[in-house]
Design a protein around this ligand. Sequence first.
Ligand SMILES: Cc1cc2nc3c(=O)[nH]c(=O)nc-3n(C[C@H](O)[C@H](O)[C@H](O)COP(=O)(O)OP(=O)(O)OC[C@H]3O[C@@H](n4cnc5c(N)ncnc54)[C@H](O)[C@@H]3O)c2cc1C
Length: 494
Amino acid sequence: MQVKTQLEDIQNYLTDASNMPGGHASRLLIPESAEEITSILRDANEDGEQVTISGARTGTVGGAVPFGGTVISLERLNTININKEARTATVGTGVILADLQKAVEAEELFYPPDPTEWSCQVGGTVATNASGARSFKYGATRDFVERLRVVLVDGDFLDIRRGQFVGDGDTLSVTTEGGRSVEFKLPTYDPPDVRKNVSGLYNSRPFDAIDLFIGSEGTLGVVTEVELRLVEKSDSFFSGIVFFENEVDLLAFVSEAKHHSISNFTSEMSDPFGASLIEYFDANALKFISEKFPETPEKMAGAIFFEQETSAENEDDLLTKWNELLEKHNAAVDASWFTTNDQDREKMRAFRHALPVSVNERVVRNRQRKIGTDMAVPDANFASFLKFYKEILDASGIDYVIFGHMGDCHLHANLLPKDDAEAEKARHIYGRCVAQAIMLGGCVSAEHGIGKLKRKYLHAMMGERYLNEMADVKRAFDPKGILGRGNMFDESYL
Ligand SMILES: Cc1cc2nc3c(=O)[nH]c(=O)nc-3n(C[C@H](O)[C@H](O)[C@H](O)COP(=O)(O)OP(=O)(O)OC[C@H]3O[C@@H](n4cnc5c(N)ncnc54)[C@H](O)[C@@H]3O)c2cc1C
């Protein structure tokens, strides 16, 4: 195990993509095996010393940013074992997602979770229940986790398989490898009626204990190994970035495309016409991204990136159907980009990825922090929420871009303040957007999590009672509150 205490060696581990300031730690430990983590946690727990778990620090809410104590980096737990027949991948949680994707691809299989930033670690994606564009069809990371191995604060392992510890009473127990039972009270809050939600600890009925650890943001244990379900890869794809001169047409196109897609995912009848992802760029986002992609057409009201899975038998028919739908809704077809080859598809992914990256670069250049929303609302309230976003942001006079997962009613409105006065105003607007999302039955975080930066919004969404229920669950696994301190709850809950 590597032990580092010099500031220059640990500096990179003191912040994440949020640029949250003030991170500090007394040491960084880089274990070579899961077993080494057991003694680290046991000692820290005895001393009541806090431990922050570090993935690749691409998180945007300060979850991996330490404020004292020890940082454990999982980067050496990086084995990948793919069982082609069983269609599973068993991986160390320090594996970089892009490496997993490559290894899975080499076996001609497919791992759908697609958070835009592929330099994250698999452990980070499990701890944040990461999702992305393809979650529209395939769901989030949770939907692919079959088994987890977790080190608990007393150094004992919990090896937990989906379906192994399930309950719908008031409490549920899990049994560790050492034979200890950990009992916790099942929360009573109802999940919001949205397609994606990572706002605090998970709840559902029946409750599968494996789901508690997925999205728990490093607050319950160190996840060291994960078994992931893989799926069959589509033979081929038809992808498009389609531009619209008129926002009303764009929204009508999305509504109809979404309708086809969702009935395709849910119906037993196999009409394959439907997108696996539907991503949005508003007019400002297009202007912004044209700095890196000058071929972006000018004066468009917005664009949609969609992908259709195809096979040799149905490709022609599906291309015709998409063309009809685009023409029906007045897409600027001649200015739009389409492809059926992997190379151009990668370029489209790069176009999508360039947007959040450029936003981060711009805020750093402005010496500000990103103020970006991550709320999702129920389908029925999406149009009114988008209207609210545009009205409040236009009125603010602050530069902004809106983009993201329109298929899942989950957009990122990113404000780009130029100075401290604009930043303060932007934070106020952010708070109003949160309030509006909650009022519409939505959630405060659909994919980035709560971390340290969004605690007060979790409080606004859940209220005292339910936040205390989450804290009760946390205490059952981590009575001294040493793990991921400051994530989700402030210290008054522990
Ligand atoms: C440009 C950009 C685009 C992004 N787009 C998306 C997107 O589309 N969808 C999305 O979901 N996210 C997105 N993100 C956020 C981020 O990439 C994900 O949250 C990612 O899953 C974090 O992984 P990580 O390894 O970097 O984790 P970190 O940032 O290092 O950690 C995140 C949290 O997980 C905990 N953690 C990490 N590893 C473990 C472990 N092994 N056991 C227990 N806890 C652990 C940490 O303590 C922390 O609380 C984006 C980020 C950037 C910078």
